[in-house]
Design a protein around this ligand. Structure first.
Ligand code: NAP
Length: 303
């Protein structure tokens, strides 16, 4: 059996992966601080066949605007140390996770493909995070080129899932939206206030789908890097409308504040390479995924 290590094991993606790959070892920052050279050295000395590198300093727009120094410093440190000691300890396979929000902010053709990653500046609001993630891509490609290692990265679109952070300041858009719906329901309100204009376009994927793509990558020994994203690219408003339907809130209305920053207007990526590498890979529909997460939040009284 392969000896697999998953960093970021306590996060949204890590917990989804654990459901379908329970035999791997899952670590969080309380086990090993990946910014510490001593910790990373010790961790990699244990000897692994495959490292899935999920750990990152991540956050929403406001956090990215307020803490850019932390985003670049912590991510560069974690990624550099982990790759360095993985290689020095002969780890043959490593799969890291980037994000579609690091692609060029504006481009002359959509959907973006994997070749477009460095062809333009990322969005201003998450510039530091994006540059750290792009550096990880460069570092992995360099390790493949110089050391011949089977290291790769997956680039997922926006995620949501049962295990996302739910506090309003840090959570991602769909998780925050579900929190607002549940709170409104509890307080007998039918109006949902959302930030921005509702016009930006997004691909939203259920976290369990990314976990299945990671597992397939390990099982099939895939060493190419590829985007992991759903086919549909919908407006924020349309996604909110689908969420209301999925939660059975047909009488609810949406109100956008029109002044808060919208973030990147669009960043839809092609999933053609994924379809070639993993033929028959199916995504969870947005409505089904949202319903699952909504029911989980209510059942576990998470909001
Ligand atoms: P998450 O829920 O925020 O979890 C982050 C994980 O990283 C946690 O396990 C955290 O451990 C760990 N971590 C943070 N700092 C660490 C440190 N210094 N040392 C060791 N571990 C540390 O993240 P996620 O949403 O699962 O994201 C996983 C990956 O997918 C990330 O690389 C992210 O950039 C990428 N991604 C996420 C999304 C999304 O929408 N969620 C979209 C695209 C890409 P603690 O719990 O101990 O803090």
């Amino acid at each position: 059996m392969k000896k697999i290590l998953v960093t970021g094991g306590s996060g949204l993606v890590g917990r989804h992966l654990k459901e379908i790959l329970p035999e791997a070892r899952y670590i969080s920052s309380s086990d090993y601080d990946l910014r510490s050279e001593a910790d990373v050295r010790k961790l990699c000395e244990e000897g692994w066949d495959h490292i899935v590198h999920l750990a990152a300093r991540v956050g929403g727009i406001i956090e990215n605007i307020n803490y850019p120094a932390e985003f670049i410093e912590q991510n560069l440190l974690m990624n550099t140390l982990l790759l360095k000691y993985a290689r020095l300890n002969g780890v043959p396979r490593l799969t890291a996770i980037l994000s579609t929000c690091i692609y060029p902010d504006v481009f002359d053709r959509y959907p973006l493909t994997e070749e477009d990653l460095h062809k333009g500046e990322p969005q201003k609001t998450n510039f530091a995070y994006a540059i750290a993630k792009r550096s990880l891509a460069v570092q992995i490609d360099a390790y493949r080129q110089q050391y011949g290692l089977g290291y790769n990265y997956l680039i997922p679109c926006n995620l949501y899932g049962e295990y996302d952070k739910v506090d309003e300041k840090r959570s991602h858009y769909l998780t925050a939206l579900l929190g607002k719906i549940i709170r409104a329901e509890r307080e007998n309100r039918t109006e949902i206030d959302l930030l921005g204009t509702g016009t930006p376009l997004r691909q939203f994927m259920y976290g369990g789908d990314l976990a299945r793509a990671i597992k397939a990558c390990i099982d099939s020994e895939i060493i190419e890097s590829f985007n992991v994203a759903v086919d549909e690219n919908r407006s924020i408003r349309e996604i909110a409308e689908i969420a209301l339907r999925a939660c059975g809130k047909h009488d609810f209305t949406l109100r956008f504040d029109e002044v808060s920053p919208d973030g990147q207007f669009r960043k839809d990526v092609s999933n053609a390479r994924l379809k070639r590498l993993l033929p028959g890979f199916e995504f969870t529909s947005l409505e089904d995924g949202i319903r699952k997460v909504y029911e989980y939040y209510k059942e576990h009284e998470i909001v």
